[in-house]
Design a protein around this ligand. Structure first.
Ligand code: PLP
Length: 399
């Protein structure tokens, strides 16, 4: 009998009961706006920020409307403006170059390695050739580069690092939480990330000026004293007059459903990584299939799984995708000529002039991806791996 998988790759777990109860309380009192508080009340959003700062170990945290908003806000807060060049990954998701372009700044793409991380040699070259003063580093699909080496390159050249941690909330490099190497860490709480509020995001920093600017930018009017994870009022003394308002606040309803999820995040990370390990073991030594190596210094969050079909033809990869889909396994191919559903490759963003990167093109063409939502059991993951292994094997042998 041919095994078939019947689960859904886009079905996350429900919001915890505690979050639903907290959300109902917010709905019943009606004070959804973060600055709409009863006398003596601390808003859900302010409390969440305090808890998120504690979770990451950052001095300051700001909750915002989306991960993409956090990225744009971080760029503005570090002083990026129109015409500035900003280094970023050739392999990331559309909101990353989009945040740069939305400011009138210019993305400069840096290549990707077989580990699916930023190519540090290419970075060192482009730090010099571009003159960029900011790197927006995306830990795409949760793969973390050698952060010590990256920071050495950027520090030596005076390049400010903003980290896109949409896929690394809860992860770490060499014991340091992801988002805490650079000047600013940005996170997303969109449904498919590690906490789910539909839309939402955070930024964290230890820099009081960046934090104060971000708070003003996010639309705090003159209510910044109601934050629990922002710098003291002195930090706002000048900034409050000269920082434009680009509204993008989080509201108390989202914060209410996120607070219990944050408390559970550590346990969820372990559950994700257990699932990831099952898929990884199930696909080990599959002829024609390259697993993505992990560095021992990396503690990732295995919320999605990637493998490479390096140097396979488009037709053969298409066959694998079709055969797996017929058995219920929905794979995404980052290498398709025409973007469908999402864009993750530098050459899909045609508003940017960029030179071809042949070494990266070879990697990008071979990346196959699947989500591993926590609604999958470990048995599900083992079944998925058996199906992928069999279908990759069948196409590989025929070729
Ligand atoms: C989801 C995501 C973001 C932010 O997305 P929002 O939908 O704006 O929250 C940023 N970078 C990557 C790599 C992402 O996957």
């Amino acid at each position: 009998m041919t095994e078939r998988f019947t689960g859904s790759f886009t079905q996350q777990e429900p919001i915890p009961d505690e979050g639903i109860a907290a959300a109902l309380a917010v709905l019943r009192h009606g004070r959804l706006h973060r600055y709409n508080t009863a006398p003596g009340e601390l808003s859900e959003t302010a409390l969440l920020e305090q808890e998120f700062a504690g979770f990451t170990g950052a001095a300051y945290a700001l909750a915002v409307a989306s991960g993409g908003y956090a990225l744009g806000c971080a760029l503005r807060a570090v002083g990026t403006g129109p015409g500035d060049r900003v280094l970023t990954n050739a392999f990331t998701l559309a909101p990353v170059p989009g945040a740069i372009a939305a400011l009138g700044a210019v993305p400069v793409f840096v290549g990707v390695t077989e580990r699916l991380v930023i190519d540090l040699d290419d970075l060192a070259l482009k730090v010099q050739s571009s003159g960029a003063k900011v790197l927006m580093l995306s830990h795409m699909r949760g793969h973390i580069c050698d952060m010590d080496a990256l920071m050495a390159i950027c520090d030596a050249a005076g390049v400010t690092v903003i980290e896109d941690c949409a896929h690394t909330m809860g992860a770490s490099w060499n014991g340091v939480p992801s988002g805490r190497h650079g000047a600013v860490g940005c996170y997303s709480t969109q449904t498919y990330k590690h906490m789910n509020s539909g839309e939402g995001g955070f930024l964290v920093t230890d820099d009081a000026q960046i934090a104060a600017r971000a708070v003003m930018l996010s639309g705090s009017y003159m209510l910044f004293e109601r934050h629990l994870a922002a710098p003291p009022p002195e930090a706002f003394a000048e900034l409050k007059y000269v920082t434009p308002n680009v509204s993008g606040r989080m509201d108390n309803l989202r914060a209410a459903i996120l607070r219990p999820q944050l408390a559970a995040l550590g346990a969820q990370v372990a559950r994700w990584n257990a699932r990831y390990a099952v898929v990884e073991a199930g696909l080990a030594d599959t002829p024609g299939l390259t697993l993505v190596a992990r560095d021992p210094k990396e503690v990732p969050v295995g919320s999605s799984f990637q493998f490479l079909l390096l140097d396979w033809s488009d037709d053969a990869i298409g066959d694998v995708l079709r055969r797996c889909a017929a058995r219920g396994v929905e794979l995404k191919w980052f290498g398709g000529a025409e973007p469908t559903g999402f864009t993750s490759r530098y050459d899909s963003w045609r508003y940017v002039d960029s030179e071809r990167m042949p070494a990266s093109d070879r990697i990008l063409k071979g990346i196959v991806d699947m989500r591993l939502p926590l609604t999958f059991s470990k048995e599900d993951c083992a079944l998925i791996a058996r199906i992928v292994r069999a279908e990759v094997g069948a196409v590989y042998q025929a070729a």
